[in-house]
Design a protein around this ligand. Sequence first.
Ligand code: ADP
Ligand code: 5GP
Length: 191
Amino acid sequence: MSRVVVITGPSGVGKGTLIRLLREQLPQLGLSVSATTRPPRPGERDGVEYHFLDEPEFARLAFEGAFVEHAEYAGRRYGTLRSELERRAAAGEPVVLEIEVQGARQVREAIPDALLVFIAPPSREALRERLVGRGTDMPEVVERRLGVAELELRAQDEFEFVVVNDRLEDAVRELVAVVREAIGGPVDCEP
Ligand code: ADP
Ligand code: 5GP
């Protein structure tokens, strides 16, 4: 049984959307709140979407070994705090991480029984449309993220589970099945 679930894949593919829907069906799954040096988007709250840190704070925590994994992504730093996982592990709760590919590789090394799932877009055009349509990033940031996505898409064969997020309902169903199996949650019975 795996207590740590990693959802990875390119920016804009739908990781956040899928995790929200996944947790509606598996409410026992806690969400690891990452640390980042990127500025908050409108509406994002410190300690909820992310722990927003400045560069020296992030560097200090990295130096102290406070991160299970950390990576630079499109010019900003992101990392999973050990405390986020240890708190849940002590309570016996499963936890989900939404992280990019370099971080997912580090988790695979650090936590060999973690479940890793790569979320793939149905096409590159769809990925672009979603990133633009989300409306959270300036055009140059979208282009930078699409550049990183090219490298990330090439890494998908490294992952045991790949879910293509084409129709959202289908992707959620697939993801719930894989995660439920891994965390050993209760199986729903048809009425
Ligand atoms: P990520 O967390 O991977 O960066 P998001 O969850 O923010 O991606 O999704 C990016 C955008 O794509 C959002 O506007 C979201 O509503 C949309 N989206 C997610 N899944 C689908 C899907 N299956 N079909 C169409 N749009 C989607
Ligand atoms: P965003 O800026 O869109 O919130 O996130 C950018 C990318 O960083 C996304 O692919 C997201 O999954 C990833 N990310 C978020 N938190 C972490 C983390 O703790 N570690 C790593 N390695 N990547 C993260």
